[in-house]
Design a protein around this ligand. Structure first.
Ligand code: NAP
Ligand code: ZN
Length: 358
């Protein structure tokens, strides 16, 4: 089954073009964003121009914490907002979704993952300023429980943004590091569309196209960050990646990265990137044909891909200790994404992948 209720406007000057649609959701939006991305990208200015009244909530940090969701829901209610506009990378977009359901269902901190309590949501408009998570077209929200130090996601159909506004110009202000890490995140999502036991074959043409767009255009963008055509290609691939995981979800490729982010502060996309080869090798017996078909569609091979990845020089400073293995391997084993692996994965195999990083 393919279900994606989000309307997507993917265009230069998309906010202006979709002005009436954005305004149709209410009179006073809560603009949920991070410290600087909404302003640096230019998106906040474009959105503010559409409303006489709005409330800005700019307290979302990378890997949003539950506390910041609760405060956002409070601000939403107290300031009389009637819908939510998330502007930023995956962190503010995921936070916008969580704030929407938290405010609409009057959830408390302990209920932010209790999807069975989600009866309604305020409309969400998602405006990405990175090209990676695809959160603008998914029903997922990945949050960091600052009490347990555990990062985990939930998914609910009510959390699909009603409208995704994707203007690749907003990614022109990204640093090279964030550009690279987020493109690798999008690539992970596309690969997950082949890996997932819940894979949706209707997504395969998008997956193939998205992979080729990133492989061709990430090096071009890194060489010339102002190349708007290459930035457009990365935004397009990111949408395809989001559409892909919205149908088939993610697997070990993603859940193994979460502890690397919470413990060692490795950015999400980079955490996926440094285990990408190991996961591909692990899954290969189950997905060899699908990988060959995907890479073959743009005259690449798995070996070419590994060489391409090597050229990106992805690395992170992680010190894998025995304590880390003891604590975090069971956490990964118990994550909901593990149900989507294309073959059985053991705790020892996960430990081996972690240990390969030091
Ligand atoms: P992010 O955490 O949202 O942002 C990373 C950094 O980039 C922040 O410092 C941010 O600044 C900055 N930034 C963003 N846009 C910018 C721009 N245009 N110009 C300058 N700086 C900019 O990064 P992300 O990789 O997009 O999102 C990662 C999060 O998304 C993770 O928590 C991950 O788990 C989640 N995720 C969700 C899904 C989903 O389906 N929902 C899928 C994959 C990943 P500010 O601090 O000012 O914002
Ligand atoms: Zn991701």
């Amino acid at each position: 089954m393919f279900y994606l209720p989000t309307k997507i406007v993917f265009k230069i000057e998309a906010v202006k073009l979709a002005a009436l649609q954005i305004q149709s959701f209410g009179k006073k939006p809560l603009i949920v964003t991070g410290a600087s991305s909404a302003i640096a990208s230019g998106a906040q200015q474009d959105v503010k121009a559409l409303f006489a009244d709005y409330q800005i909530y700019a307290e979302i940090k990378e890997n949003p914490e539950l506390d910041s969701i609760m405060r956002g829901a409070e601000v939403f209610t107290q300031s009389g907002c009637d819908f939510i506009i998330g502007i930023g990378g995956g962190s503010p977009l995921d936070a916008a979704k969580a704030i929407s359901v938290a405010a609409a269902n009057q959830l408390n901190l302990d209920q932010l993952y209790s999807t069975e309590l989600f009866q309604k949501a305020y409309p969400i408009v998602a405006i990405p300023t990175t090209s990676g998570t695809g959160s603008e077209v998914t029903q997922f929200s990945v949050l960091n429980d600052n009490r347990s130090g555990k990062k985990a996601g939930w998914g609910h159909p009510l959390a699909f943004p009603r409208l995704a506004i994707v203007d690749p110009r907003y990614t022109l202000s990204l640093s090279a590091e964030v550009t690279k890490n987020t493109a690798i995140d999008a690539l992970s999502h596309l690969l997950e569309g082949l890996y997932s036991a819940n894979r949706e074959p209707l997504c395969f043409p998008m997956i193939h196209k998205g992979m080729s767009l990133i492989i061709k255009n990430l090096p071009r963008t890194l060489k010339d960050p102002s190349n708007l055509e290459a930035r457009c290609a990365l935004s397009q691939a990111s949408i395809y990646g989001g559409m892909t995981i919205s149908q088939g979800s993610t697997s070990l490729q993603h859940s193994i990265g979460y502890p690397l982010t919470t413990v060692f502060k490795v950015p999400h996309g980079l955490a996926n990137g440094i285990v990408m080869k190991q996961i591909m090798k692990l899954y290969k017996p189950a997905v060899h044909g699908l990988l060959e078909e995907a890479f073959g569609s743009f005259h690449f091979s798995i070996e070419d891909f590994f060489a391409w990845l090597d050229d990106l020089n992805l690395n992170a400073d992680v010190q894998i200790t025995e304590e880390f293995i003891t604590q975090r391997v069971p956490e990964v084993m118990s994550s909901r994404n593990m149900l989507n692996n294309p073959l059985e994965v053991t705790a020892e195999q996960i430990a081996d992948i972690f240990l390969s990083l030091t």
